[in-house]
Design a protein around this ligand. Sequence first.
Ligand code: NAP
Ligand code: GCO
Length: 255
Amino acid sequence: MSGLFDLSGKTALVTGSARGLGLSYAQGLAKAGATVILNDIRAGLMDESVQNLRAQGFQAHGVVFDVTDERAVEQSFVQLNEQGLHIDILINNAGIQFRQPMVDLALENWQRVIDTNLTSAFIVSRAAAKRMIARGQGGKIINIGSLTSQAARPTVAPYTAAKGGIKMLTCAMAAEWAEFNIQTNAIGPGYILTDMNTALIDNKEFDTWVKNSNPSKRWGKPEELIGTAVYLSSSASDYVNGQIIYVDGGWLAVL
Ligand code: NAP
Ligand code: GCO
């Protein structure tokens, strides 16, 4: 049974993984046997995280690129391939949040969130999928959605639109790439204790709302996303495609 979740011999790229959920995904996949490639826009932070993973005995590398920059993405994939690193598993994790009522929202801020949280998944997955198809060995692509892939709250419209798009882009990728033995799915985390949510965690009213809005009555922890990431990265999910798995304490399941 454990072989079902064994990632030995696989190479995984996790975008936005110098810290936060991305680093948790990378550490979890490394523990399952994968060689992991961290990505970030801040080289120093990324290098520090790569060294930390190596110090734990894991196979880890790093590649700096902005996920919204298609030229940098393509060049990075060429560089990785030249190093003998071929991506079997891609987790499109990089993302930002920008909270403001739409009537006050500048188009540039709308666009920046859409570019980073949605368009980037197209850009990076296109680079990965064409190489997976050429290699003929299949692959795994995991997009990172959110509760806002399914429901909205005020002041996070671009994030919500992007994450809703992630849900349907996951279906589109499954529609086009399943025949090449590439499984594309998504994870929809609930409210998780990371830097993205510091302002919310520190806000007593919001903290109370989160705890009262899910039957688990608490925020999630980054490490609680790892099992789903390993499952969707492994042969255990070879007949799962186009799905989003919410890891939300039951939030979306209850009235
Ligand atoms: P986070 O703590 O803010 O970390 C985001 C990571 O993405 C950082 O490492 C950041 O780099 C990187 N990043 C941002 N823009 C980038 C770009 N253009 N190119 C490359 N990397 C970039 O966020 P998080 O909470 O870990 O969230 C990670 C993902 O999970 C996001 O897609 C988020 O929407 C999603 N998510 C989070 C939650 C939650 O409750 N935390 C829930 C649902 C979904 P720097 O370190 O250089 O800033
Ligand atoms: C917000 C939060 C959320 C969470 C997550 C919930 O401002 O409401 O940032 O968007 O990060 O996406 O699933």
